[in-house]
Each structure stands twice: as structure tokens, then as C-alpha cells.
Write a protein that binds this ligand. Sequence first.
Ligand SMILES: [Zn+2]
Length: 473
Amino acid sequence: MKLFNTLTRKKEEFKPLKEGIVTMYNCGPTVYWYAHIGNFRAYIFADVLRRYLEYKDYKVNQVMNITDVGHMTSNADEGEDKMEVAAKKEGKTPKEIAEFYTNAFIEDWKILNLEEPIKRPKASEHIKDMLNTVQILLDKGYAYEANGSVYFEISKFPEYGKLSHNTMKDLKVGAGGRVEKNSDKKNQLDFALWINDDKHLMNWKSPWSEKGYPGWHLECSVMANKYLGKTIDIKTGGVDNIFPHHECEIAQSEAANDVPYSKYYIHTRHLIIDGKKMSKSVGNFYTIKDLIKRGRSPKAIRYLLLSAHYRSQLNLTEESLDSAEKTVTNLLNFIGRIQETKIEERYNDDLKEKINEVKLRFENSMDDDLNVPEALSAIFDLISETNKAIDEKKINKNNLDEVYEAMMKFDKVLGILEHKKEKIPKVVLDLANKREEARQNKNWKEADKIRDEIKTLGYIIDDSSSGPRLKKV
Ligand SMILES: [Zn+2]
């Protein structure tokens, strides 16, 4: 399996540190507001990666943090803590804000059928670990204290810039956006590990000041080290996390531990809406709940977010949502069809061969830097071949079972279809049989009456070439 590593800018053969086990840390949400659809693109990518590694029989130890302090509005050291801005705006405490949006996040997570990580550590619950790391960095000479705050001195870590491929010179020219010069910093590019601020609502005592709080970059690297080890296999995030966030995490972790922070760094490209960058001011900022309220199904949202390659931009439009909705319906109908078809013809060897070919194509595509669009096209090929075999009545139960099994195996990675066969209530089945009897007797009026009755119970009857089929409305 090959993955594109941002660190080397190459597709590399994936080989975890320990055979059979993968450690993966995904940069999680800052819980000051609902996660938006673009955030979920990165989370669903991580979920599909994890599921595919599991498909390949790896045990995956996945950790995703909850940031509830220290993430500034600038993503660097300037601006205000996002949590405190939200608290002021909503007239709540930062803790209340964190609780509310953490719950909302986990709800969306479940709605979109993401697998649970082994741990969701909260930054505010790991202050002691962070203070320890800051002390180590001070002791080793990578950090300095100024007016009760502690900064990482990037000139002491010559590899700073290796992930984002920024040279120190680029950074000096391009650092831009600095609100004001911080006179405590030796170099304006040094970044805060600990911030002394007695007005900050969430604050902790440290050896350097009475009231302070940790820097965002420090939080993630400390929690990754704590739960997954000093070197992890995979670190993921959106491309906007590459700099400064992941660059700073590497500097702290490698300076403190003297070993590489992560073997692979994988970054998801942005999602745009109607060709424009998502932003609250433009009014194209969607949460998962916004889309569901507008009638979009969670399955279609999940499908759309995973269907494009993670390193290509995904443009979300009404049309792309419509088309995802249609595809998911087709997938579900197909599963329904292979479960209900009752044709007992000769075993179709060609279909068996097709399944093997599609499995191979699916795996080769996924092994190639998680090429989901190619993997999906292989699956659609199997669907159309199977539909053809059913239409031509060149199929039997063994074939159908094999197709079903293959689809469910693919779905362990995609997470779109239902894993359990849905039970149709007995009362509906009995009515369907009664209707079929009426039809056989050409009693159309009675048949229509029963069809309407079935509809009130939430099912419709589709009279397909292979016999009547019940579908949920
Ligand atoms: Zn992070």
C-alpha cells in the first residue's frame, strides 16, 4: 500500500513501526462551534483510511483530540482564544461551550457512521503532561521563558520547515498577517508553548506564571506522544494544518524526544462550496445538521465526502448532493434486489470471475494512495454485471450470496450500506402476499387497495422483472 507523505512529497510504501499495528493521530475539532462539512471531509478521510487498514488486517489505534483551549483565531499566536470568543458571544462559560459543541460533534460523528477512535483526549485534561514537556524543552535549551510565557526557539531546531517545505528565509518574508510585534519573542517566528495571561478565563498555574494556558500546537503533540508513543505511524489533518500547526508539533516533539514524530503525514485538500471557499460571511458555511435539515441524507453526505480523491479539491454543489443521493439510493436498491431475487438458474461462472476481478481492482485502487474514485468505479462495474445477470436470468442463489458478501466487504471500508439485512415486518409481508394473490386472480381493485395499505405502513411495492419487491419509503 502506498500513501502520499507530505514530508517527502512522494507516494511511499506504507510500513508501520510495529508489524500488524498502526498508530494514527488525527487533528480533531476545536469545539467553539459546530464542525462544518469541510472539517468532516478530513475526518471521513481518516475514517476510510482506518477502515481500509482494518480491511487489510491491521489493528488501528486511532486517537483524535478535542481542542478546548488555546486555539487562537489566527491559528498561530495572535488573536483571541476561539473558545473564549464563543463563550463571550453566547454568554456561557468556555466549559459550557466545550461541552455543548463536543456533544454536537460526537452526534454528527455517529450520524455519518464514523468508527470510534480508541481515545478522544481533551486538551484541558492534559495540562500536567504539557507542563512536563515545556520543562523538558526548557531544560534542553529549545525554549526560553519571557515575562511568564514560554516560547519555542525555532533557530535551535534547524529542521523547522521540513514538513511545509518553508525555508527560514521564506518564513521571514511570508510570515505576514502578524497583528503586532511580540517583544517577548527573540524571533517573531518563535511560537508559544505556554502563554501567561491573567485575563484568560481558562487558566492554570505553572512554574513561570500564576495564570496561563498552553499553546494549541503543544497540546496535540503531547497527547499524541502520551497515547500513541514518541513516534507514531500516521498523522492526519487538513492541508491548512501543515503550517504552522503540524510544523510546530514536529519541532516540539522531536526536540523533546530525539526521535521522529510521525512516519507519514497525510493531508486532505479543502472542500469548496459552489466553487467558493467556505466562509460564514459569504453564507456558504454548512454544518452537517444544516444539510440534514435541508433534506439531505447522512448516507449521501458521507458518500459525497468520501467519493473524491482526498488530495483533490471537492466542490460541493446542489447537483453533487443530488447525484450522491441518487447513487446511494441505487446502491441500497441494488442490495435490496440481490437479497430478494429468487432465480434458480445454473451457477454463473462469469459472475464469480467478475467478483474476483472487481475485488482486485478495489484493492489495487485503495492501495494506490487511497484512490476511492477508482475503487468505486470497480464496485459499480460489479453492480451493472450483476443487474445484467438478473435481468437475463443467468444467476442463482450462490451467485447472489457471493455478490452480497463482496458488497458488504467493500462496505466495511465505505460505511454506506446497512450491514444487517433489514427485516421487513411480517404484517407487510403478509399483505404483499395477499396482493400478489389478488393480482394472480386479476382482481386489480383489491390489489391496489392492498398496495395503498402497505404504503401507509411505510413500504412501497416495485413490480420488477424478477417479481414484486418491497422497498422502504
Ligand atoms: Zn492538532
